[in-house]
Design a protein around this ligand. Sequence first.
Ligand code: APR
Length: 242
Amino acid sequence: MTEARLALSGDGPLVVLTGAGMSAESGVPTFRDAHTGLWQRYDPAALATPEAWARDRDTVWAWYRWREHLVSGAEPNPGHLAVARAQADRDVVVVTQNVDDLHERAGSGSVHHVHGSLFAHRCDTCGASMDVGPPPAEPIDRLTPPVCGRCGGWSRPGVVWFGEMLPSQPWNAAVDAVTSAAVVLVVGTSGLVHPAASLPGLAVDARIPVVEVNPGPSGLGSDVSVYVRATAGQALPALLHP
Ligand code: APR
């Protein structure tokens, strides 16, 4: 931890790159955990695709609304809160692969969702953002999404589906932030899903130190200058507010 604290101790720009492990201590069901009960018969990867949306929009919409409901019942953990507090004293940019809103609910601004957000609903045809109201409190196996008032398309989840391109604005902001940081802190990602997994390598190429917090192994390997074997909730308060 001392070495990690030292690496993070300057006052230059800090980028915090987070994955599903960041939200684990908040009890957010991972992409696959949301497959209990009603959803057991579905393969998550098969639902999170444009093909599933074209084939069975009402089932896909119902599953995402259920995931929204589950996330809304979760609370930011000490890791999210430590990152938000750090933003009060330092230039801190958050780049997350997570589609939940826990960084924002912890008080973080400047959060870039490179895989989109559960709560950024938009029209599947013209792309207009859509206000669809709160999700149902009970799991319902089929729901018809609202129709776009502008073009007659359907409201879709604001997440990046398998096979889709990442949204350019958050991706470009993530690359800019990582390559101009003083230090990059990577928390709770397996580092296996590209192109997000390539971000720490961009920092290394720019000779920017990378600190990783993860209780288990990840695919980041030699990209990491300092490794802290701990959970987000255990490590981040001590690392960011020594
Ligand atoms: N604190 C920190 N890290 C944790 C914790 C914790 N409490 N619990 C688990 N982890 C680590 C795991 O060891 C693992 O390395 O978090 C990582 C989670 O890895 P993944 O589940 O693969 O999540 P992520 O890396 O974010 O996946 C990338 O894949 O499922 C798709 O689009 C989805 O954005 C996601 C992408």
